[in-house]
Design a protein around this ligand. Structure first.
Ligand code: C2E
Ligand code: MG
Ligand code: MG
Ligand code: MG
Length: 282
């Protein structure tokens, strides 16, 4: 694009890249301080059962409260942390925090809820990953069945053999596995038949235009039908309005997640949310 616009823009283009690089360097440095300085928080977004309208659990979503920039999106810092390896201590903190928070909620009598944690490829492939998981479950006192791990299609394709081995080990431990952002990767549903995966989360991009795009309705209904035939539970991500919800209901979607029901919120607000009549499945 710089070429088309002429020589002068070429310079700005380069300096833009410079700024981006130095911003990334700064973020990388700040992230180290964040790891040491408790700047990370977990927010939780409820998943709602289509049939009973009850909350079945929530997804833990990482937030970085930067001292200068405010909240930095995980879409920005997670890929960077993945590059630098900083994702390893961060992910461990996420797992610990999520398991401890849910364990506390269970003690307060909020019922049989589950927490879903997003996994990064580096974390999933690390040699000590399963031991770390066992240790965290033991120390938090959370039953394995209350923990679910969300994996993207990319994780399964990166080192398929290891991924399969790990998935069966998770199943053995009693931990659930979901495929996140389904439909955005390059995989097909057929391989899911052979893997111990319980849930499939349809990516938000297919939900977004459900009300106006026949094609997206077809895609979503196809995914749901096939997932059900394989015995999977289907979650729709990013449900924002009643029209989308109705279409998803017509197609037999099992669980909804999105702003229509609740935004991701800190633990304190989640407690209030659960108390205020948004009943958990007990
Ligand atoms: P994701 O796992 O697909 O998470 C769902 C994202 O959709 C979240 O963005 C959530 O806030 C957003 N969302 C939920 N409902 C709606 C809706 O109705 N409308 C819209 N527009 N958005 C909605 P968030 O929190 O910014 O996270 C972005 C991504 O960052 C996540 O996508 C996940 O891939 C990654 N991520 C978040 N936390 C962690 C973590 O602890 N570890 C790892 N490895 N990745 C994480
Ligand atoms: Mg997720
Ligand atoms: Mg997702
Ligand atoms: Mg997504």
């Amino acid at each position: 694009r710089a070429k088309k616009l002429g020589r002068n823009t070429c310079r700005t283009y380069t300096s833009e890249i410079d700024t981006q690089v130095s911003q990334r360097l700064a973020l990388r440095r700040d992230m180290q301080a964040a790891i040491e300085g408790r700047q990370f928080e977990l927010h939780y977004q409820p998943l709602v059962c289509a049939r009973s309208a009850r909350v079945t659990g929530f997804e833990a979503l990482l937030r970085w409260r930067h001292p200068v920039h405010g909240y930095v999106s995980p879409g920005v810092f997670i890929p960077l942390a993945e590059e630098t390896g900083q994702i390893v201590p961060i992910s461990e903190w996420v797992l610990e925090r999520a398991c401890r928070d849910l364990s506390d909620l269970r003690c307060q009598g909020f019922g049989e809820l589950r927490v879903a944690v997003n996994l990064s490829p580096l974390q999933f492939q690390r040699p000590g990953f399963l031991d770390t998981l066992s240790r965290i479950l033991a120390s938090s006192g959370l039953p394995a069945r209350c923990l679910e791990l969300e994996l993207t299609e990319g994780i399964l394709l990166e080192d398929t053999e290891l991924a399969i081995e790990r998935l069966f080990a998770l199943q053995e431990m009693g931990i659930g596995a979901s495929i996140d952002d389904f439909g955005t990767g390059y995989s097909s549903l057929s391989y899911l038949k052979h893997l111990p995966i319980g849930k499939l989360k349809i990516d938000r991009s297919f939900v977004q235009e459900l009300a106006s795009s026949e094609r997206d309705v077809d895609i979503v209904s196809g995914i749901i039908a096939m997932a059900h035939r394989l015995g999977l539970t289907v979650v729709a991500e990013g449900v924002e309005n009643e029209k989308q919800r109705r279409i998803l209901e017509d197609q037999g979607c099992d669980l909804y997640q999105g702003f229509l029901f609740a935004r991701p919120m800190p633990l304190g607000s989640l407690q209030a949310f659960l108390e205020n009549g948004c009943l958990a499945a007990r």
